[in-house]
Design a protein around this ligand. Structure first.
Ligand code: SF4
Length: 414
């Protein structure tokens, strides 16, 4: 029996998640590409069913573009309204209803779960682009905790990224310190002695120092850096310099709005995100005639009057978002060019969410948990799953020399 089990590291929320099916306000079968892996494609080729076979012939197409592996051997052509053609009137999957979960593709079976393999240990978490996952990940006021569990080897997974022991030890690469850096990052993000903005700025100072260390080939000093930052955080000796950082609403809003506009003009299929974006624009009364100062003033008022009072009581929502981002993306060993760039992208995600919520709070004269979930879930679906857009933003930040701690502090601090 033991041979049939494997170890898996999970945030505790994973034990609570299950798909709510037709009660879902934003089905994962609407609004984006559905890949079909090779094994599932072969099963579909053998299906002889009066209703499903013609649908499969019409809508399941081989993926002939280069660079697609076995996992994206074919794809489902979506209907003009971007929904999956296999959904019934209750937005339930006809393939699953007729043949069971075994006949779902890897993507359909595993979403919204994200799996990595670190040194043979699987890690499973959930993306908040699923509304039900967003609720259980984000709405827990207690700090997120992780458990090691056992599961059957039969559970289907798509392992997104693998890091092996030999990679960790080889040439004393920064990856060798993966656990130390992650534990330090998560502990700091959950340190409620500091405001969330302060935690993010301290994290940036740490990553700036870490990056300098790596660039000058001093990887062996990484553990020492973590130890000294742990003492500095404990002592609170950065508090004065954190308070001295000026708040710059106009530049913050202008830069973030430009980043958000880029995604908007690429075309957005999520109605829920478009509703949030329109609330945000209405909240800061963004018009072509308004000056940056006028819009900045309205943005600042919305932040002070509505966003901050709500977040004072609920900042665990954004803390949970950040901790989940770190765990789910193997932060800081994401695909970004440097560890500081990985930090920059974490800040961009956080600041964009904050900017949308500030505008929305101005329009709605306050925030609710439902509104925050709607924004974060639809934002994750629109932004987090679009790597091309994210790579473009990272490149633009580098080209404009905005990938500095000074700019990060402008984006973070309110
Ligand atoms: S988005 Fe989440 S809750 Fe909704 S149908 Fe998909 S898995 Fe289920």
């Amino acid at each position: 029996m033991i041979g049939k089990k494997r170890r898996v590291l999970i945030p505790q929320y994973m034990k609570k998640f299950s798909c709510i099916g037709s009660a879902c306000e934003d089905s994962c079968c609407i609004g984006w590409r559905v890949d079909i892996d090779h094994e599932t494609y072969k099963k579909y080729q053998k299906v002889r069913d009066e209703e499903l076979t013609p649908l499969m012939d019409q809508y399941i197409k081989r993926n002939r573009a280069e660079g697609h592996g076995e996992g994206a051997y074919a794809k489902i052509k979506l209907l003009p309204d971007t929904s999956c053609p296999f959904l019934n009137e209750k937005t339930l999957c006809k393939i699953q209803l007729r043949y069971g979960e075994d006949y779902l593709s890897d993507v359909c079976t595993t979403y919204p779960r994200v799996v990595h393999s670190i040194n043979g240990l699987l890690e499973r978490s959930a993306t908040v682009s699923c509304p039900e996952a967003a609720r259980i990940v984000l709405l827990n006021p207690e700090p997120m905790e992780f458990d090691e569990d056992e599961e059957s080897r039969d559970v289907r997974n798509i392992v997104k990224k693998t890091i092996k022991a030999e990679d960790l030890n080889l040439n004393n690469k920064p990856q060798k310190y993966l656990w130390e850096i992650r534990i330090f990052t998560i502990t700091l993000l959950q340190n409620r002695e500091y405001t969330l903005n302060e935690r993010l700025i301290i994290l940036g100072m740490f990553f700036q120092a870490l990056q300098q260390m790596i660039s000058s080939g001093k990887n062996t000093e990484i553990s020492g850096l973590i130890a000294s930052y742990t003492v500095i955080i404990e002592e609170g000796s950065l508090r004065e310099s954190l308070e001295a950082i000026p708040v710059q609403y106009n530049i913050q809003m202008e830069l973030l709005k430009e980043i958000a506009d880029k995604r908007y003009f690429m075309g957005v299929s999520s109605h829920r995100y478009l509703e949030c974006f329109s609330d945000f624009l209405a909240g800061i009364q963004y018009t072509a005639e308004s000056t940056v100062e006028e819009v900045g003033q309205r943005y600042q008022s919305a932040a002070k009057d509505y966003y901050e009072p709500f977040m004072k009581e609920h900042d665990y929502i954004l803390e949970n978002y950040l901790v989940n981002y770190v765990f789910k993306n193997l932060f800081p060993f994401t695909s970004d060019k440097s560890l500081f760039d990985a930090y920059m992208m974490l800040v961009i995600h956080y600041s964009l969410i904050k900017m949308h919520l500030i505008g929305m709070s101005g329009f709605r004269k306050g925030l609710t948990e439902d509104l925050v979930i709607k924004l974060i879930q639809s934002f994750a679906k629109t932004v987090e799953h679009n790597q091309k857009y994210l790579d473009g933003i990272a490149e633009q930040m580098r080209q404009n020399n905005f990938n500095t701690m000074a700019y990060m502090a402008i984006l973070i601090k309110n």
